[in-house]
Write a protein that binds this ligand. Structure first.
Ligand code: MLT
Length: 323
């Protein structure tokens, strides 16, 4: 059936793709966010969707399709018609790590067309306030002294927050007990409530709680501080030199989507990222804009492949067990 649909689309596009693209979009577009509403991916997608609708002249709807570290939501987008009306929002976790964790049933490179690289942010090591540590060194000592592993909230196996945990285990030898949620939005609620001990979260998700003093921050996983959280040291400064991880996001569409429609979606994304009001919103969350020369669809494609080569060996070596 899908082959017949793709064939029909191929014929239609062969004869009328520019006509098709000229009328694109003629109805609302759906952005599939593979994590819970209220989390960092959802927040960024909604800010961009609001501004992209100005460029495209059509509403962009957010659909949160969650589960399995975001792989279910991405699968939903992969299976949709290659007509530009379904966009897959994702990141280092969903469009890189998950390929080394799950038997996905789709190929992250072959079944998706890159549209645009989106902002990124370093991860941030945070804990509930009851943890008896005031610095990263004290936190690591406390973790080492514990009889049982700490409970660490994640957005599921393969998610950014999980990969960050694997990386911390990998370089410290510590053992962490992961508590999976459908997104770091709901995980954050439990951290604030003291139900879990820690998270290695996207800065953009933790920053408001850190500012409110409802959770404690120890370090950002980078060699430079985050402008909008400049009181939080880097891992280099705080005693874990080299523990660097930046979670970048991106937009993709199903393979077979006409190039000129991909170009229209890319142009609308770039226009949104260049809007000063949008930049202010995103930078206030601790997000960093992608470099100007990295905004083409091809640039995202090349970056995704490079990140797959970089992260898969560590993730595969961790031998993550998923149902
Ligand atoms: C989310 O939006 O919940 C995050 O992107 C999840 C994650 O990967 O850690």
């Amino acid at each position: 059936m899908r082959r017949a649909v793709l064939a029909a689309f191929a014929v239609m596009f062969a004869f009328g793709s520019s006509a098709f693209a000229d009328n694109f979009p003629s109805r609302p577009i759906t952005i599939v966010v593979p994590f819970s509403a209220g989390g960092p991916s959802d927040a960024m997608a909604r800010i961009l969707a609001e501004r992209m609708k100005v460029a495209l002249g059509e509403t962009l709807l957010i659909e949160n399709v969650t589960g399995a570290g975001g792989s279910i939501g991405v699968g939903r987008a992969v299976k949709s018609a290659p007509d530009g009306y379904t966009i897959s929002f994702g990141h280092l976790g969903t469009h890189v790590a998950n390929g080394a964790v799950y038997k996905l049933g789709y190929d992250l490179v072959a079944d998706l067309e890159p549209v645009a690289l989106l902002p990124s942010n370093p991860m941030i090591i945070v804990s509930k306030n009851a943890v008896p540590a005031k610095s990263l060194k004290e936190l690591l000592a406390w973790l080492k002294s514990r009889p049982s592993p700490p409970t660490v909230g994640t957005a599921g196996a393969g998610s950014g927050s999980h990969i960050a945990g694997l990386y911390l285990e990998n370089i410290t030898g510590l053992k962490l007990q992961y508590v999976p949620y459908r997104g770091t939005g709901p995980a954050m609620n439990d951290l604030v409530a003291g139900q879990i001990d820690m998270m290695i979260d996207q800065t953009s998700n933790s920053i408001s709680q850190v500012r409110a003093g409802t959770i404690r921050a120890y370090a950002v996983t980078d060699d430079k501080r985050v402008a909008s959280a400049s009181d939080v040291p880097t891992t280099d400064e705080a005693g874990l030199p080299g523990f660097h991880m930046t979670l970048w996001s991106g937009l993709w569409v199903p393979k077979g989507t006409p190039k000129d429609i991909v170009a229209k979606l890319n142009a609308a994304t770039v226009e949104a990222l260049n809007d000063p009001a949008v930049r202010k919103q995103l930078e206030n969350l601790g997000l960093r804009m992608p470099p100007k020369d990295q905004l083409s669809p091809e640039a995202l494609g090349a970056w995704q492949k490079a990140e797959i080569a970089k992260w898969w060996p560590m993730i595969k070596a961790a031998d993550v067990k998923v149902d």
